[in-house]
Design a protein around this ligand. Structure first.
Ligand code: HEC
Length: 144
């Protein structure tokens, strides 16, 4: 009996297409997850944040900072969960302007914090990707 021998190039192409399709299905899962976090986060934002930071994230005059300072959000990524969970009261600079009012604590679960940060990080002109529940749980362990 003769074994069928496929040319190497066909085997290689097949292998490559499997790798590519795995890669894209992963990509799709990630962006699906991001979309899910984002839409849950939008609802949480409306209930817990919109009153102060406004629907478009623009804040309020000199009292409440806007949420569109991507550089601040990126540099303070690891402490955002703590600020949301336990409140924030320290002088900060947002878009070059100084703020020092009190942000109250929000009684949210780690998953909800991850969702609302993911919403904020991908709204108001920010494009900062997603923050997972695991990251939030880790960040909450080192709150100061
Ligand atoms: C009662 C009003 C109020 C509510 C409600 C509120 N914030 Fe804030 N937020 C503030 C104030 C005031 C500051 C500035 C605090 C400071 O200067 O220390 C702030 C600061 C921030 C900052 C850091 C500065 C910036 O502009 O990036 C983030 C991020 C933030 N809030 C996100 C949220 C999110 C998310 C929610 C909802 C879970 C929320 N806030 C709810 C008033 C509020």
């Amino acid at each position: 009996m003769m074994a069928i021998r496929y040319p190497k190039s066909i085997v290689a192409a097949l292998g490559l297409s499997i790798v590519i399709s795995l890669f894209f299905s992963c990509e799709n899962n990630n962006s699906l997850e991001l979309k899910r976090y984002y839409s849950e986060g939008a609802a949480i934002y409306q209930t817990h944040c919109l009153n102060c930071h406004a629907a478009d994230g623009s804040g309020l005059l000199a009292l409440i900072p806007a949420l569109n300072d991507s550089t601040f959000l990126k540099n303070n990524k690891a402490s955002l969960a703590c600020a949301i969970r336990y409140g924030l009261k320290r002088p900060i600079k947002i878009n070059g302007k100084a703020y020092d009012e009190n942000m109250p604590a929000a009684n949210l679960a780690p998953m909800e914090i991850a969702q609302v940060i993911t919403y904020m990080n991908n709204s108001f002109g920010n494009q900062l990707g997603m923050v997972t529940m695991d990251e939030v749980e880790a960040d909450l362990k080192s709150c100061k």
